[in-house]
Ligand binder design. Structure first.
Ligand code: PLP
Length: 383
């Protein structure tokens, strides 16, 4: 049986007065997450420094995040951002022994290209899989790039610019055939798509809690496949990455034997409270049910966009998109502002309006957006 989405919607007060289609930037705030922030403040007022609870919260986030990704808690580092996880990982990789190439794609969020380009100082070579004329990047575009000199293929799951979803299993197969490792930037998919890192067979996955995971800014995660953890020695480190955090030993670096070795300093405690609550709401709904719901909402939205002759540029096939649909506009920023005047919250990138749907959206949200776009089409459509 599907979850009671109408009841779940009441958990998000913002939805009473806004058509909220911006979860790819920041999710709507759940009552339970708000309550978690308040509990943090109450705990501060009651006991001040509450170390035991803080560590418990960080561990709770680790365990919940492991459940979301179908991984083990020992494979999860709780980080301050996706970038922090990427930097810790990059610091542990070597670009020698004939394996100096990193393959990224044209769909990357800047941080997942910039951090790899910064490794050029350490001997890495970064190459980009280019988008085709139709705007997509098929696995074949990676074929010539991934070879025996490839250390890492670092790719996004769903592109933040156009909503296209890469064929990860096919790309992973290419990487495996050449002995390269794979990092998945799943920030724009995790929480809206069911992600099983084992089934996808990726080595690393990175993301954060403020979008479809229902948490807050300032907290992220890095998944590292168990078999690789102990062979990687990050130089981007700190006391929270040590085997025994409270050993306070200043004579040596003794990294944790699990993925905590990719963490660094004091966790963002208040964010742990919020992320824990958000992940609990998400897992309570279930990531497979969420994926089905998001797929049906995005499909409806794309069909209705075609009806008003303002088609999306996001791939139409279900397995080539996530929760984001992009609509081309001759003035995407002003269009988003016009919609905001009508209480419809979207975002824009490049020449596209970004429409992001989560399980708490419904058909009425889609229809409300379409009616507004029908009125605005003459002024804002790309053609
Ligand atoms: C796909 C993707 N990767 C990475 C990031 C950056 O994450 P952070 O700011 O946590 O480093 C974002 C942020 O929007 C994103 O959408």
């Amino acid at each position: 049986m599907e979850p009671d989405f109408a009841a779940l919607r009441r958990e998000f007060p913002l939805l009473e007065h806004k058509i909220y289609l911006n979860s790819g930037s920041y999710c709507a705030l759940a009552n339970r997450v708000r309550a978690a922030f308040e509990t943090y403040l109450e705990d501060r007022l009651a006991v001040g420094a509450n170390w035991d609870v803080w560590v418990t919260k960080n561990e709770a986030v680790r365990s919940l995040m492991a459940r979301v990704l179908h991984a083990s808690p020992d494979e999860i580092a709780v980080t301050a951002s996706a970038s922090a996880g990427l930097n810790a990982l990059a610091s542990a990789l070597e670009f020698s022994g004939g394996r100096d190439k990193i393959v990224v794609s044209d769909f990357e969020f800047p941080t997942n290209a910039q951090i790899w380009h910064s490794q050029e100082q350490r001997g890495a070579r970064v190459v980009h899989a280019r988008r085709d004329v139709d705007g997509y990047i098929p696995p074949e575009s990676f074929m010539d790039l991934i070879d025996e000199s490839t250390r890492l293929v670092a790719i996004t799951h769903v592109c933040f610019r156009n909503g296209a979803r890469l064929d990860i299993p096919a790309i992973v197969r290419l990487a495996r055939a050449k002995g390269a490792m794979v990092l998945l930037d799943c920030y724009q998919s995790v929480g809206s798509v069911d992600i099983d890192v084992k089934a996808l067979d990726v080595d690393f996955a990175v993301g954060g809690m403020l979008k479809y995971l229902l948490g807050t800014a300032g907290i992220g995660f890095l998944y590292v496949r168990d078999a690789l953890v102990r062979s990687l020695h990050p130089t981007h480190t700190g006391w929270f990455a040590q085997e025994n955090i409270f050993a306070m030993d200043i004579t040596a670096n003794r990294p944790a034997s699990n993925a905590r070795r990719f963490e660094s300093g004091t966790p963002a405690v208040v964010n742990c409270y919020a992320a824990e609550a958000g992940l609990e709401v998400l897992l309570g709904v279930g990531t497979q049910a969420i994926e089905r719901r998001v797929r049906s909402l995005t499909r409806r939205c794309m069909e209705r966009l075609r009806e008003i002759d303002w088609p999306s540029i996001t791939p139409a096939s279900d397995d080539r998109r996530g929760a984001m649909i992009c609509v081309p506009s001759r003035a995407s920023g002003p269009l988003s502002q016009e919609l905001m005047k009508r209480n419809i919250v979207t975002s824009n990138r490049d020449a596209n309006l970004r429409i992001c749907l989560h399980f708490y959206n419904n058909d009425d949200d889609v229809d409300g957006l379409i009616e507004a776009l029908r009125e605005l089409r003459g002024e804002f459509a790309a053609h």
